[in-house]
Design a protein around this ligand. Structure first.
Ligand SMILES: C[S@@+](CC[C@H](N)C(=O)[O-])C[C@H]1O[C@@H](n2cnc3c(N)ncnc32)[C@H](O)[C@@H]1O
Length: 263
């Protein structure tokens, strides 16, 4: 779903506004010096793009940061995360992954960091812009994993039928079943408009694709997506990965993901 977003740019960085348009050309933008009163807005500073809300504490914001903070530490620490085992990483094999629910790129960057080629697809214009901005800043620091990660702003359901190889990874938004108050980032993300494509529809598009394997991240106690039992699971403390292998992974599955010459 696309809409016009307010971006607050207090310093009126006209040159970097052009850079912003290049980084997320899909985002329709109304540049302003101060926020309006109606909820969500973006802020553009030298530190990058951040999502904020007039309804929440002014200090709360969502910004993708691969260079410092928790995700940077996750990237530095990564060795044998369950996620990498779930997609089939093993000695000499780093399958290419189509992350069809890229979100803020947490999982996609881990996979690129261990050597997988990753096609990250995100349907929300705003989430995709935040991720594109995080990737832009990470690539300025010359992290080599950035070169293995491509981002598309699209509804992945429309692309999976064109997939020829590799692994599809799905991490759909968990239903609002959580009893605990979610963190500020989650509160902001839950306020975003969403489109109607259901997780089950995306799952069946993945299962019917030519991917060698489909991997789904689920809350530990949630039913399997589409009501289809996985062949096996990797279980953690709060989440699990449901594995749907379709054939053995081969060297061909390490080739970058392309959609019939489109991406
Ligand atoms: C729980 S988040 C993914 C989090 C991500 N794994 C991470 O580590 O940051 C789910 C994301 O999937 C996106 N999404 C849901 N359905 C989609 C679809 N059909 N195509 C592309 N993105 C989709 C949502 O917009 C949301 O940003």
């Amino acid at each position: 779903m696309s809409s016009c977003w307010t971006i607050v740019d207090q310093q009126e960085q006209v040159v970097s506004r052009e850079l912003a348009h290049d980084a997320w050309p899909w985002l329709e933008v109304d540049w302003r010096r101060t926020p309006t009163d109606d909820g969500l807005y973006l802020e553009w500073t030298e530190g990058g793009l951040a999502l904020k809300s007039t309804d929440l504490d002014a200090r709360s914001s969502v910004r993708v940061d691969f260079c410092e903070g928790p995700q940077a530490r996750r990237l530095k620490a990564v060795t044998g995360e369950a996620l990498t085992r779930a997609v089939g990483c093993q000695k000499g094999l780093r399958p290419s992954v189509c992350d069809a629910t890229a979100g803020l790129g947490g999982d996609a960057s881990v996979l690129a960091n261990v050597g997988c080629q990753v096609m990250a697809i995100e349907r929300s214009d705003i989430v995709a812009a935040l991720l594109a901005d995080g990737l832009r800043r990470a690539s300025l620091q010359a992290f080599d994993w950035c070169e293995r990660m491509e981002l598309m702003h699209a509804d992945a359901t429309h692309y999976l039928a064109r997939l020829t190889h590799g692994v599809v990874y799905l991490d759909p938004m968990f239903e609002k079943e959580r009893k605990a108050q979610p963190g500020l980032a989650m509160q902001l993300l839950h306020q975003l408009p969403t489109s109607e494509t259901s997780a089950d529809r995306l799952f069946f598009a993945a299962i019917e694709s030519q991917a060698a394997r489909v991997v789904v991240k689920r809350p530990l106690k949630a039913p399997p997506l589409g009501g289809r039992e996985p062949a096996s699971q990797i279980r953690g403390k709060a989440i699990r990965f449901d594995l749907y292998p379709r054939r053995k992974l081969t060297a061909e599955d390490m080739e970058p993901i392309r959609f019939g010459g489109l991406a």
